[in-house]
Design a protein around this ligand. Structure first.
Ligand SMILES: [Zn+2]
Ligand SMILES: [Zn+2]
Length: 167
């Protein structure tokens, strides 16, 4: 996800270029589209890309894979002045274009992935989770402890219901 932007840095403010994103984040492919716009200070990157990520479900602790859409909007500033080659003062948080005019999207994509990460990951919206008694994954099995505790209460309810109907 590295782009050489030396030509665009020489272009006037407002010049836009479009690029395909085709890279990797860890083991997963990242694909998408980006537009680079020349700004007064550097290059504004606006990108939307897709990647897959493996999460651990917060209810059943099972791993699952989910497609993520990342949106990036960041201005990259050249670390060195194009003409004088002098080092430009930029604060730590700003993304840089390095001395060889390479704009590397990797860090911004990583940041985007972090922002798109679920706070409470769930393998499916109706994940049944784990049995608090025996730890069985209730998506895959019905354990007897759930049935037993549920059964007694239900049986009691059923009995009362039948009694009321009889009155
Ligand atoms: Zn789950
Ligand atoms: Zn159980």
């Amino acid at each position: 996800m590295r782009f050489n932007v030396s030509q665009q840095l020489k272009a006037p403010v407002g010049v836009v270029r479009a690029y395909d994103i085709d890279g990797r984040l860890g083991n997963e492919l990242v694909t998408g589209r980006a537009t680079f716009t020349r700004t007064a200070a550097g290059i504004l990157v606006q990108a939307e890309c897709q990647t897959k990520a493996v999460w651990t479900c917060g209810r059943c602790a099972g791993p699952y894979t989910q497609l993520m859409t990342l949106e990036i909007e960041e201005e990259f500033i050249p670390a060195y002045d194009m003409v004088s080659r002098a080092r430009v003062e930029i604060d730590e948080e700003t993304y840089r274009i390095d001395a060889s005019h390479t704009l590397d999207l990797a860090e911004a994509v990583q940041e985007g992935a972090l922002l798109a990460s679920p706070i409470k990951p769930l393998c499916r919206s109706n994940c049944a989770g784990l049995c608090p008694v025996c730890g069985a994954n209730l998506n895959e099995a019905t354990c007897t402890c759930a049935a037993r505790s549920g059964h007694a209460a239900l049986a009691e309810l059923g009995r009362r219901w039948t009694e009321r109907q009889a009155i």
